[in-house]
Write a protein of this length. Structure first.
Length: 234
Protein backbone atom coordinates (compact mmCIF):
# COMPACT_ATOMS: atom_id res chain seq x y z
CA UNK A 1 0.00 0.00 0.00
CA UNK A 2 1.42 3.38 -1.04
CA UNK A 3 2.25 5.86 1.72
CA UNK A 4 -0.30 8.63 2.20
CA UNK A 5 0.99 11.84 0.63
CA UNK A 6 1.51 14.98 2.73
CA UNK A 7 0.70 13.03 5.90
CA UNK A 8 1.97 15.65 8.36
CA UNK A 9 -0.01 18.42 6.64
CA UNK A 10 -3.15 16.29 6.76
CA UNK A 11 -2.71 15.94 10.52
CA UNK A 12 -2.11 19.68 10.86
CA UNK A 13 -5.21 20.46 8.79
CA UNK A 14 -7.39 18.25 11.00
CA UNK A 15 -5.91 19.85 14.12
CA UNK A 16 -6.65 23.30 12.66
CA UNK A 17 -10.29 22.32 12.12
CA UNK A 18 -10.61 21.11 15.69
CA UNK A 19 -9.01 24.27 17.06
CA UNK A 20 -11.31 26.34 14.82
CA UNK A 21 -14.37 24.80 16.47
CA UNK A 22 -12.86 24.87 19.95
CA UNK A 23 -12.22 28.61 19.57
CA UNK A 24 -15.94 29.18 19.03
CA UNK A 25 -15.66 30.64 15.53
CA UNK A 26 -17.32 27.66 13.86
CA UNK A 27 -19.97 25.07 14.60
CA UNK A 28 -20.22 21.44 13.51
CA UNK A 29 -18.99 20.81 9.98
CA UNK A 30 -20.18 24.13 8.53
CA UNK A 31 -16.69 25.58 8.03
CA UNK A 32 -13.83 24.23 5.95
CA UNK A 33 -10.06 24.46 5.73
CA UNK A 34 -7.51 23.93 2.97
CA UNK A 35 -3.73 24.10 2.53
CA UNK A 36 -1.56 24.31 -0.58
CA UNK A 37 0.64 21.32 -1.55
CA UNK A 38 2.84 20.71 -4.62
CA UNK A 39 0.06 18.68 -6.28
CA UNK A 40 -2.58 21.37 -5.66
CA UNK A 41 -4.24 21.55 -2.25
CA UNK A 42 -5.65 19.49 0.60
CA UNK A 43 -9.17 20.28 1.79
CA UNK A 44 -11.61 18.98 4.37
CA UNK A 45 -14.04 16.31 3.12
CA UNK A 46 -17.76 16.96 2.92
CA UNK A 47 -19.85 16.25 6.00
CA UNK A 48 -17.31 14.38 8.15
CA UNK A 49 -17.07 15.62 11.78
CA UNK A 50 -13.65 16.99 12.65
CA UNK A 51 -13.54 14.95 15.87
CA UNK A 52 -13.53 11.68 13.90
CA UNK A 53 -11.78 12.81 10.72
CA UNK A 54 -8.82 10.66 9.69
CA UNK A 55 -5.83 11.71 7.55
CA UNK A 56 -6.94 9.48 4.64
CA UNK A 57 -10.30 11.30 4.54
CA UNK A 58 -8.66 14.66 3.82
CA UNK A 59 -9.13 15.26 0.09
CA UNK A 60 -6.36 16.04 -2.38
CA UNK A 61 -7.43 18.32 -5.23
CA UNK A 62 -5.60 19.84 -8.17
CA UNK A 63 -5.96 23.48 -9.17
CA UNK A 64 -8.17 22.58 -12.13
CA UNK A 65 -11.07 21.30 -10.01
CA UNK A 66 -10.21 17.60 -9.93
CA UNK A 67 -10.13 15.48 -6.77
CA UNK A 68 -8.47 12.19 -5.85
CA UNK A 69 -9.57 9.36 -3.58
CA UNK A 70 -12.84 8.04 -2.20
CA UNK A 71 -14.13 11.13 -0.38
CA UNK A 72 -15.86 14.17 -1.84
CA UNK A 73 -14.31 17.53 -0.95
CA UNK A 74 -16.15 20.27 0.92
CA UNK A 75 -18.99 21.85 -1.05
CA UNK A 76 -17.01 25.11 -0.91
CA UNK A 77 -13.96 23.72 -2.71
CA UNK A 78 -14.36 26.32 -5.48
CA UNK A 79 -13.70 29.25 -3.13
CA UNK A 80 -10.57 27.58 -1.75
CA UNK A 81 -9.29 26.69 -5.20
CA UNK A 82 -9.87 30.17 -6.60
CA UNK A 83 -8.16 31.91 -3.68
CA UNK A 84 -5.11 29.67 -4.16
CA UNK A 85 -5.18 30.27 -7.92
CA UNK A 86 -5.54 34.07 -7.72
CA UNK A 87 -3.49 34.88 -4.60
CA UNK A 88 0.07 33.62 -4.95
CA UNK A 89 0.78 34.45 -1.30
CA UNK A 90 -2.09 32.25 -0.07
CA UNK A 91 -0.92 28.99 1.52
CA UNK A 92 -3.93 28.10 3.68
CA UNK A 93 -7.62 29.10 3.60
CA UNK A 94 -10.17 29.11 6.45
CA UNK A 95 -13.92 29.56 5.91
CA UNK A 96 -16.29 29.77 8.90
CA UNK A 97 -19.84 30.69 9.85
CA UNK A 98 -18.70 32.63 12.92
CA UNK A 99 -21.59 34.35 14.71
CA UNK A 100 -20.77 38.06 14.48
CA UNK A 101 -19.16 37.97 11.04
CA UNK A 102 -22.19 36.08 9.76
CA UNK A 103 -24.60 38.51 11.44
CA UNK A 104 -22.93 41.47 9.71
CA UNK A 105 -22.89 39.58 6.41
CA UNK A 106 -26.65 39.02 6.69
CA UNK A 107 -27.03 42.80 6.88
CA UNK A 108 -24.61 43.14 3.93
CA UNK A 109 -22.40 45.31 6.15
CA UNK A 110 -18.64 45.38 5.68
CA UNK A 111 -16.34 46.52 8.47
CA UNK A 112 -14.72 49.97 8.09
CA UNK A 113 -11.59 51.22 9.84
CA UNK A 114 -13.24 51.66 13.24
CA UNK A 115 -10.12 50.01 14.75
CA UNK A 116 -6.60 49.89 13.38
CA UNK A 117 -6.59 46.06 13.56
CA UNK A 118 -8.81 46.06 10.47
CA UNK A 119 -5.41 46.14 8.74
CA UNK A 120 -5.13 42.37 9.28
CA UNK A 121 -7.44 42.05 6.26
CA UNK A 122 -4.82 43.76 4.08
CA UNK A 123 -6.48 47.16 3.58
CA UNK A 124 -8.40 50.03 5.20
CA UNK A 125 -11.64 48.03 5.39
CA UNK A 126 -13.01 44.50 5.34
CA UNK A 127 -15.51 44.18 2.51
CA UNK A 128 -18.71 42.16 2.32
CA UNK A 129 -19.26 40.36 -0.98
CA UNK A 130 -22.48 40.32 -2.96
CA UNK A 131 -24.73 37.32 -2.42
CA UNK A 132 -24.53 34.08 -4.39
CA UNK A 133 -25.69 30.54 -3.62
CA UNK A 134 -23.26 28.42 -1.60
CA UNK A 135 -20.98 26.07 -3.50
CA UNK A 136 -21.34 27.89 -6.83
CA UNK A 137 -18.88 29.53 -9.18
CA UNK A 138 -20.91 32.73 -8.80
CA UNK A 139 -20.09 32.77 -5.08
CA UNK A 140 -16.43 32.24 -5.82
CA UNK A 141 -16.40 35.14 -8.29
CA UNK A 142 -18.12 37.62 -5.98
CA UNK A 143 -15.75 36.53 -3.21
CA UNK A 144 -12.72 37.25 -5.41
CA UNK A 145 -14.07 40.74 -6.11
CA UNK A 146 -14.46 41.44 -2.38
CA UNK A 147 -10.97 40.05 -1.72
CA UNK A 148 -9.17 42.20 -4.29
CA UNK A 149 -6.04 43.42 -2.45
CA UNK A 150 -7.37 41.76 0.72
CA UNK A 151 -6.69 38.62 2.74
CA UNK A 152 -10.25 38.29 4.10
CA UNK A 153 -13.85 39.21 3.40
CA UNK A 154 -17.38 38.64 4.63
CA UNK A 155 -19.67 36.56 2.41
CA UNK A 156 -23.19 37.98 2.15
CA UNK A 157 -25.76 35.94 4.13
CA UNK A 158 -23.14 33.26 4.66
CA UNK A 159 -20.05 33.88 6.82
CA UNK A 160 -16.42 34.83 6.28
CA UNK A 161 -13.31 33.56 4.52
CA UNK A 162 -9.64 34.41 4.80
CA UNK A 163 -6.19 33.11 3.97
CA UNK A 164 -2.69 33.14 5.42
CA UNK A 165 0.84 32.01 4.72
CA UNK A 166 0.32 28.94 6.93
CA UNK A 167 -2.54 27.06 8.55
CA UNK A 168 -1.73 28.73 11.86
CA UNK A 169 -1.77 32.21 10.31
CA UNK A 170 -5.03 31.58 8.44
CA UNK A 171 -6.72 30.43 11.67
CA UNK A 172 -5.29 33.42 13.53
CA UNK A 173 -6.73 35.75 10.89
CA UNK A 174 -10.14 34.05 11.06
CA UNK A 175 -10.24 34.58 14.83
CA UNK A 176 -9.21 38.23 14.40
CA UNK A 177 -11.96 38.80 11.80
CA UNK A 178 -14.59 37.43 14.18
CA UNK A 179 -13.20 39.56 17.04
CA UNK A 180 -13.38 42.69 14.86
CA UNK A 181 -16.92 41.80 13.76
CA UNK A 182 -18.01 41.45 17.39
CA UNK A 183 -16.34 44.71 18.42
CA UNK A 184 -17.91 46.58 15.51
CA UNK A 185 -21.31 45.05 16.23
CA UNK A 186 -21.14 46.11 19.89
CA UNK A 187 -19.85 49.60 19.06
CA UNK A 188 -22.78 50.18 16.72
CA UNK A 189 -25.21 49.39 19.53
CA UNK A 190 -23.75 52.30 21.49
CA UNK A 191 -23.55 54.83 18.66
CA UNK A 192 -21.77 55.53 15.40
CA UNK A 193 -18.12 54.41 15.59
CA UNK A 194 -15.48 56.99 14.67
CA UNK A 195 -13.69 55.80 11.52
CA UNK A 196 -9.93 56.22 11.21
CA UNK A 197 -8.78 58.37 8.30
CA UNK A 198 -7.26 56.99 5.12
CA UNK A 199 -3.98 58.71 6.02
CA UNK A 200 -3.88 56.98 9.40
CA UNK A 201 -4.66 53.61 7.85
CA UNK A 202 -1.92 54.09 5.25
CA UNK A 203 0.56 54.42 8.09
CA UNK A 204 -0.97 51.51 9.95
CA UNK A 205 -0.74 49.23 6.91
CA UNK A 206 2.92 50.16 6.43
CA UNK A 207 3.59 49.22 10.05
CA UNK A 208 1.65 45.99 9.69
CA UNK A 209 4.28 44.69 7.25
CA UNK A 210 6.56 44.23 10.27
CA UNK A 211 3.81 43.51 12.82
CA UNK A 212 4.74 40.60 15.09
CA UNK A 213 8.29 40.32 13.72
CA UNK A 214 11.50 40.36 15.72
CA UNK A 215 14.20 42.92 14.81
CA UNK A 216 16.25 40.21 13.05
CA UNK A 217 13.31 39.49 10.72
CA UNK A 218 12.87 43.06 9.46
CA UNK A 219 13.81 43.77 5.86
CA UNK A 220 15.54 46.97 4.70
CA UNK A 221 12.94 49.71 4.37
CA UNK A 222 10.35 48.02 6.60
CA UNK A 223 8.57 50.50 8.85
CA UNK A 224 8.83 49.34 12.47
CA UNK A 225 5.44 48.25 13.80
CA UNK A 226 6.10 50.16 17.03
CA UNK A 227 8.45 52.85 18.31
CA UNK A 228 11.47 50.75 19.16
CA UNK A 229 12.73 50.76 22.76
CA UNK A 230 16.45 51.19 23.42
CA UNK A 231 18.29 47.88 23.25
CA UNK A 232 20.60 47.32 26.17
CA UNK A 233 23.16 44.54 26.14
CA UNK A 234 23.23 42.14 29.07
Amino acid sequence: MAALSNYDLRIELIDTCRRMNASGINQGTSGNVSVRVPEGFLITPSGIPYETMAPEQVVLMDLDGGYFGDFLPSSEWRMHMDILRHHADAVAVVHTHSVYATALSCLRIGIPAFHYMIGIAGGPDLRCSDYATFGTQALSETMLTAMKDRTACLLANHGMICYGDSLAKALWRAVEVETLAKQYFVARQLGEPVILSDAEMTGVLARFKSYGKQASELKPGDAPAVEMPVHRSA
